[in-house]
Design a binder for this molecule. Structure first.
Ligand code: FES
Length: 294
């Protein structure tokens, strides 16, 4: 609930919020992380999030699990949705790996309430390592559980045959998303019917240095080898808002005036990348001179 008692903003299944991590940031970068809303979207009294404590992660989930207690007041952004359900699809196939089940729970709630056809496949290591087991069970008989330890991994043959009215939604670890996305396309599902949600991703940051000009700000700076563009711009006073810093949230996407782009993000679509007009400044790079509309 909101601290001021006012109503929470409405959201649609697939949405996420930015949450300020308690306990301070590093290098003055605000410590925000993105988490899917996993409750029933028709509920207006609460935002439900599922946060896995990942000791080997960047520290956000650990800080939240250590510092947040009942009654803790947190700063949370308005819901944003880059992973919406397609309104006129005949069948939705929800594929969740581990904690990536969270946005799919909200989708399953919405589809069930609307009486729309869906299949929920939930992949985990074992029955013991299956968060939200009690919640997903309410989606039987549309639910299939897959446990790798039990040899019941999801196979692409478990999915419905390709059809323009079938849409597939993938959320989980990067390798889970990439391998099932590739297998679905190989089976004949159209790329535009395969929807993916990343929450963290391995981002390659290596690369040679290059020049960047922030034309609207009237400054230019050298981006050092392996340095994010955002950090180089900050040195000359151009502050770019960042949230995930892993190329998944879209906060730092900026208009490009000219340059040879080297996209490293998981946010822009293939068409947007080919347009050569947008760049995720937290992780992507360029070759030669880059001119930004900033
Ligand atoms: S800060 Fe999230 S994509 Fe760049």
């Amino acid at each position: 609930m909101r601290a001021d008692g006012r109503a929470l903003p409405a959201y649609e299944a697939g949405a996420h919020v930015d949450l300020e991590v308690p306990g301070g940031g590093v290098d003055g970068i605000p410590p925000w992380r993105q988490y899917s809303l996993c409750g029933d979207p028709s509920r207006s009294d609460a935002f439900e999030l599922g946060i896995l404590n990942e000791p080997a992660g960047r520290g956000g989930s650990r800080a939240i699990c250590e510092h947040v207690r009942e009654g803790t007041i947190l700063r949370v952004g308005a819901p944003r949705n880059h992973f919406p359900l397609v309104a006129d699809s005949q069948r939705s196939v929800l594929l969740g790996g581990g904690i990536g089940i969270t946005p799919l729970l909200a989708m399953a709630h919405a589809l069930k309430s609307a009486g729309r056809a869906f299949d929920l496949h939930y992949c985990t290591r074992s029955g013991e390592a299956t968060p939200f087991l009690d919640v997903v069970e309410e989606f039987a008989p549309n639910l299939t559980l897959h446990h790798s330890d039990a040899g019941t991994r999801l196979r692409v043959e478990d999915l419905p045959p390709p059809d323009p009215s079938v849409h597939i939604y993938l959320c989980g670890p990067e390798r889970f998303i990439e391998s099932l996305g590739t297998a679905s396309r190989a089976r004949g599902h159209a790329s535009e019917n395969i929807h993916r949600e990343f929450f963290n991703a391995e981002v390659r940051r290596d690369g040679e240095g290059f020049e960047v000009e922030a034309r609207a700000s009237g400054v230019a700076v050298h981006v050092a080898e392996d340095e994010p563009i955002t950090r180089a711009l900050a040195r000359v006073g151009v502050k770019v808002e960042v949230k995930c810093e892993e190329g998944v949230c879209g906060t730092c996407i900026t208009d490009v005036i000219e340059g040879v782009l080297d996209h490293r993000d998981h946010f822009l679509t293939d068409e947007e990348k080919e347009s050569n007009s947008l760049l995720a400044l937290c992780c992507s790079r360029a070759r030669g001179k880059l001119v930004l509309d900033i």
